[in-house]
Design a protein around this ligand. Sequence first.
Ligand code: NAP
Length: 549
Amino acid sequence: MPENRPAAAAGQASGELDVVIVGAGLAGLYMLHKLREIGISARIYEAGSDVGGTWFWNRYPGARVDVESQEYSYSFSPELEVEWAWTERYAAQPELLKYVNHVADRFHLRPDIRFSTRIASAIFDETRDRWTVTTDAGDTVSARFCIMATGCLSSAKQPDIPGADSFSGDTYSTANWPEVGVDFTGKRVGVIGTGSSGIQTITTIVPQVRELTVFQRTPSFSVPAKNGPIDPKVAADWKANREHYRAMQRKSGAGILQVSPNETLTFDASPDERRRAFEDRWARGGFSLLGAFADVNVDKQANDEAAAFVADKIRSIVDDPDVAEQLIPTTYPVGAKRMCVDTGYYQVFNQDNVSLVDLATTPIQAITPTGIRTSAHEYELDAIIYAIGFDAMTGALDRINIRGRDGLRLKDKWAAGPLTYLGLMTSGFPNLFMITGPGSPSVLANMILAIEQHVDWITDCIDHLGNRQLSVIEATPTAEQDWVAHVNELAEQTLYLQANSWYLGANIPGKPRVFMPYPGGLGLYRETCDEVVANRYKGFALTGPDQTV
Ligand code: NAP
């Protein structure tokens, strides 16, 4: 195996590369590392000034991962895994960013990353079977392969509220938080949005602020994280048995062992047993609640039981019964939107200086120079925090002018929703790979394991092509149609379609309502990808200078 070395040392001219990777988050970094292992020259272009992706941009107060730290870490290097020590059960953003930096340094990745450089376009040159990739500064590089490691939640939604520019106080976005941090001491702060980002921000800034006003359009189901210092026994056990745990993760549905799905059906248990199971999961913390029974995610009546349990918890925590009712989600099943994992969220509403504004009954009419006006009241504020989400899964790709065969723009091809084969490629765009693209498990799984599986697959594929003097791989339109139909069929068997979520693009006005991630689970998906390879890359057309294989 060739030594793992930077592209420059591989003797490549700066304008001609084997591979361009877009994004230096967890996906892009591992992709670069793997390509170097097979002697391929690659360069990452990254819009941010440093590595980290999600964990570089989302540095809002309280940002932390919602999967246990040891589970949400790279598995590819036993040495890395054994030497790194997490401090908390759910690592906070600064520690995650430190980890990503450590990985970049440990594997000497920085020489092949161009920071503060956004990719503006990627155009396929059919005469040369190469991608011409252009930066926002107008620099151009040519590459055989273009790999989009642009992230699923990296294109932040912009405030679309009338008067947003007129506010004379400070405005912040959780998705692009100032590096220096913000001190809200003595301020009247309004937070718009109560998804994961909003909830984590709210619980963290509440001790500082003079007054906090939470503007909630749709309540979230939120469960306690039960965060704290990592249990040394858990950390030691993970390291000692990492291979076993990693194998379990890879075979599992979500790649999150903490979910630990119970095989019993909800109504095979007595009401007492159900209650005990939910209590047990609530006490364990995190996503484990969704694993309390095998049918919580697929059977509405079973789901109603879990939802009712959470509703009772909210009622038991929040002192004011009216506020409690406003905080209880009633319009979608639990888990159909990404559940939030919090530290003391519902308790916040028992503080005198915190108020909840229910936008479902009193919508925002405008942002004014002094605050926010709803249909019922005007709220005077010193600062507004937008925690309003992302144009998920397709937003980051749409921002780039990606053009395949016949000049077709990806955004136009996907006008009615993303079309991919395995979430890895899209027909008409040869040699363009997506890491955790729409149609792959991605956001429904432990992202880091989903990333590793895609990166390993893509690396093997590029190696396969090189070993056989093949130059082009492209998804066939038939395989793509079948895959999209398969993903939709699987989604219809779940409760996901019953929520207006970002999984469906429902949070972005005008975005087609299409369920984007693959809901069949990471384990099954991995098997499918492996079978495709075993069947000579079934569903892909592989071509060389004068052959089709
Ligand atoms: P989100 O879940 O999409 O939440 C956005 C919130 O903003 C929703 O409450 C939404 O209300 C509200 N909103 C949007 N536009 C609005 C408007 N014009 N007026 C009023 N309210 C508006 O976004 P997020 O919180 O950034 O989380 C996105 C995903 O990122 C999560 O689901 C998760 O996968 C990931 N994440 C994970 C963590 C973690 O714990 N590790 C932390 C942050 C994010 P509606 O629901 O009514 O649209």
